[in-house]
Structures are given as C-alpha cells and as structure tokens.
Design a protein. Structure first.
Length: 166
C-alpha cells in the first residue's frame, strides 16, 4: 500500500487521503448502511442520492495466462527450462469454438470455462466449484453438453446468472 500511495500522489498531486472518521459521518448524512460500495459513495463528492438500488453486480478478473515461476526456471534435476510444446499446450485459450472464461450453460447450470483437455473441458460455477456430469465424480465434461451463452474476455460478470435466464 505504501508503494501504491506514493505512486498515486506522484501522478495525482491534488489527491487526498480519506479516513474512516470522515467516511462514517458522510455515509450517515446520506442515510446509507455500512458496506464497501456505500463507503465508496461516501468518499466521492456526491451531495444527494436520488435512488439507491438494492441490486448490484460483481465482476471478477480472470487471468488467462499461466504465470508460474517454476516454469521459468529449470525444475529440480533438469538442466533446461520446461519450454517444450507439451507444456505450452497447457495454456490453451480456445478449443472447438469455445474460449477460456466463456459463460456457458451445462446440465441446467451456468458456469465459466476454466480449462481444456484433448477431449473435454472444465467448468466452474460462480462459487468456484467444478460442475460435473450428474452421477459422475470426475470434473471433465464433454463439448457436446455445453452451450455457450456469451464470450467474456478477462472479466467474469458473476451476478444475475440464473440457470433459466437468457
């Protein structure tokens, strides 16, 4: 945080730090409950709130590239780095028209594509739990069971994902 604060003040010299002792009374003036997003409203220069909706949406950033340090250096007992074609196939971003992180529907549930194998893919739900074929314990599902809802790039829009939704 110290590094971030220093960089922020170098880039925005007119910026100032707001403390909780300032945020709390401001939030109470606006008649807001104690939540992170209401604190963000209180920190801003908003003078009056006309409407405070009860619904919100969550966004989660999704990393598409594997950034493992152990892949950048030679493993124990090896002289060379693990840079073979097999290793690079682990970073598959698209297969059979389905991309990593796509929102998909499968077995009446909605989830995100989290990885590929040669004959299938892995899908996680909004709680980061693998969606499996009913009655099976393995995590891999087939391409034929998947329906793509939409393509997400590096962001997952978590809320408002209902199994019966559009």
């Amino acid at each position: 945080m110290n590094t971030l604060r220093i960089r922020t003040f170098r880039r925005y010299p007119d910026a100032r730090i707001i403390y909780g002792s300032e945020t709390t009374p401001r939030r109470k003036e606006l008649h807001l409950e104690k939540t992170h997003y209401n604190d963000a409203i209180a920190i801003s220069a908003i003078q009056q709130i006309k409407q405070n909706p009860n619904s919100m949406f969550y966004i989660k950033q999704f990393r598409k590239k594997k950034r493992s340090l152990h892949e950048a250096t030679a493993r124990k007992g090896r002289k060379n780095k693990n840079l073979t074609k097999k290793r690079n196939k682990k970073n598959t971003k698209e297969m059979k028209g389905i991309h990593l992180n796509n929102t998909v529907r499968i077995f009446g549930k909605v989830g995100f594509v989290s990885g590929f194998t040669t004959s299938g893919l892995y899908i996680k739900d909004t709680h980061n739990v693998y969606i499996t074929k009913p009655g099976k314990t393995y995590k891999q599902v087939g391409f034929k069971d998947v329906t793509v809802k939409n393509h997400n790039n590096n962001w997952q829009f978590i809320s408002h994902l209902a199994p019966d939704g559009a």
